[in-house]
Unconditional design. Structure first.
Length: 190
C-alpha cells in the first residue's frame, strides 16, 4: 500500500502557482490511473485507486503548506503506511524548470511543507522534486516567486515534467527510489 502526497496550497487563488506543482502532478496521476473522486478527510483531499496492482491513496493536504505534515501523519497512521511507502511530490526552487530529482530522505532545503512532514513522520520517505526556478533575491521575492504562476513557455516544460513523473511512478513503486532516480536521470538527459 502506498500514499502519494502532492504538496500545494488550497484555494482557487493558488491554483496553477509554482508552489502547487505537487497538486498538479497528483491530479494527473489520479486521472491517468482512474482514481475515485477526492473526498475530504485527514485535513486534506484523498482519493483511492491502484497503481501497478498496489492499493494507493493520493493525498492533497488542505492545511496550507506549512502544516502539511498534520494531514500526512493522519492519513499514514490511519492506513498504517510506513514512511518507505510514502511518496511526496513538491516544488523545488533550487532546481530549474525542466529538472526533476528524486531521493529518499534528506533535508528540507528550506521547503516549509517538507519541514512539516519531516517533523510529523521522520524524513525517511521518498521525495520527487520538480524544479520551479529561483528568483534573484531573497525573502519576499522568494514568497512572491513560489506563489506566482508559470509563464506560457514554463508551463509547457512543467507539463512535460509532470508527464514524466506520471509515466514513471510505477518504477518507483516496484523497484525503489534508486532505480527511479536513474530512470528520471536518463529521461532528463534526452
Amino acid at each position: 500500500m502506498f500514499l502519494i502526497v502532492g504538496l500545494g496550497n488550497p484555494g482557487a487563488e493558488y491554483a496553477g502557482t509554482r508552489h502547487n506543482v505537487g497538486f498538479m502532478t497528483v491530479d494527473a496521476l489520479a486521472e491517468k490511473y482512474g482514481f475515485g473522486p477526492f473526498r475530504s478527510k485527514f485535513d486534506g483531499l484523498i482519493a483511492e485507486g491502484q497503481i501497478s496492482e498496489e492499493k494507493t491513496y493520493i493525498l492533497k493536504p488542505q492545511t496550507y503548506m506549512n502544516l502539511s505534515g498534520n494531514s500526512v501523519v493522519k492519513a499514514a497512521s490511519f492506513y498504517k503506511i510506513l514512511p518507505s511507502n510514502i511518496i511526496v511530490i513538491h516544488d523545488d526552487m533550487d532546481l530549474p524548470i525542466g529538472k526533476i530529482k528524486a531521493k529518499l530522505g534528506g533535508g528540507s532545503g528550506g521547503h516549509n511543507g517538507i519541514k512539516s512532514i519531516d517533523a510529523a513522520i521522520t524524513p525517511n520517505y521518498n521525495r520527487i522534486r520538480l524544479g520551479v526556478g529561483h528568483p534573484q533575491g531573497k525573502g519576499e521575492e522568494v514568497v512572491n516567486h513560489v506563489l506566482s504562476r508559470f509563464s506560457k513557455a514554463e508551463i509547457e516544460a512543467v507539463a512535460k515534467d509532470i508527464d514524466i513523473v506520471v509515466d514513471t511512478i510505477e518504477v518507483l513503486m516496484k523497484k525503489g527510489i534508486a532505480e527511479y532516480s536513474n530512470q528520471i536521470g536518463m529521461l532528463m538527459s534526452k
